[in-house]
Write a protein that binds this ligand. Structure first.
Ligand code: ADP
Ligand code: MG
Length: 248
């Protein structure tokens, strides 16, 4: 058996879909296989992230290839970095051209949104787009919402926004945030965001992101079949990644 198969077997990884890239075996693989940003790799190493976890091995190359993914891996398995690393790399490589919001990370709770923001902020430390301006990440807090609404801050200022659904919908309804430039959307704890309580809000957000090439990613510890069906229906040639056993 080949290396990729052996690696997948070692972490009980199941990857289904078309044109599946090889998993990475180390973060250094990113430098050889993708023209990965040195500063970003440095930030990873400085934070003592030396070896990728299984979900990171699989999800990072897929996302860097621009694929839509539905990923399911246990709690504590490193899902946050598995979407942040490729997202930051993609935003960096798109450069500072064409201003406007590039990516949205949606979380069902404020606490989780805050954690994702902190992680994203650390990873993007000292990263400049085309050596011109720092990459800008924001957490959509109550006060930032107010500033955006009152145009104290331009909605073109940020590259990546981390938010709960309602905060975002509120801004869009008030025409205080343009989502037409958004190229990447990530749903964390997607089992919740695609469940009954959130599905209408999620639908609202998706219909406001009108870029036809929107890359969509879903991350979750559990993925009930009913949720996965809805999720798959909104995606383009999605790849499904399961690490360990799929919990219902
Ligand atoms: P999940 O979202 O899958 O529940 P998290 O993304 O919150 O998991 O990560 C759980 C913990 O593992 C965090 O403290 C995170 O910093 C740490 N972690 C993630 N990736 C790595 C890695 N490659 N090496 C070491 N620690 C990691
Ligand atoms: Mg998580």
């Amino acid at each position: 058996i080949d290396e990729a198969t052996a690696l997948r077997k070692s972490y009980k990884g199941k990857v289904t879909g078309e044109d599946i890239p090889l998993p990475i075996g180390s973060f250094e693989d990113l430098v050889t296989r993708f023209s990965f940003d040195k500063r970003l790799l440095n930030n990873l190493i400085e934070k003592h992230f030396t070896e990728p976890t299984p979900i990171q091995c699989e999800a990072i190359p897929l996302s860097l290839n621009g694929r839509d993914i539905v990923a399911c891996a246990p709690t504590g398995s490193g899902k946050t970095l598995s979407f942040l690393i490729p997202l930051l790399q993609r935003v960096i490589s798109e450069g500072s051209n064409g201003t406007g919001l590039r990516a949205l990370i949606i979380s069902p709770t404020k606490e989780l949104a805050n954690q994702i923001f902190i992680e994203c902020d650390k990873l993007s430390h000292k990263i400049f787009l085309d050596k011109k301006r720092p990459l800008q990440v924001a957490l959509l807090s109550k006060s930032l919402n107010a500033k955006l609404r009152n145009k104290v801050i331009s909605d073109k200022k940020y590259d990546i926004i981390v938010t709960t659904p309602l905060r975002l919908i509120d801004l869009v309804k008030n025409e205080a945030l343009d989502l037409s430039t958004v190229k990447h959307i990530i749903f964390d704890e997607a089992d919740k965001l695609f469940d009954k309580t959130f599905i209408e809000q999620t639908d609202d957000i998706l219909s406001s992101c009108n870029n036809p090439k929107l890359q969509k990613s879903l991350f979750s510890a559990t993925m009930p079949s009913s949720v996965e069906e809805i999720a798959q229906s909104i995606m383009m040639d999605p790849v499904r990644v399961i690490i360990g056993h799929k919990e219902a």
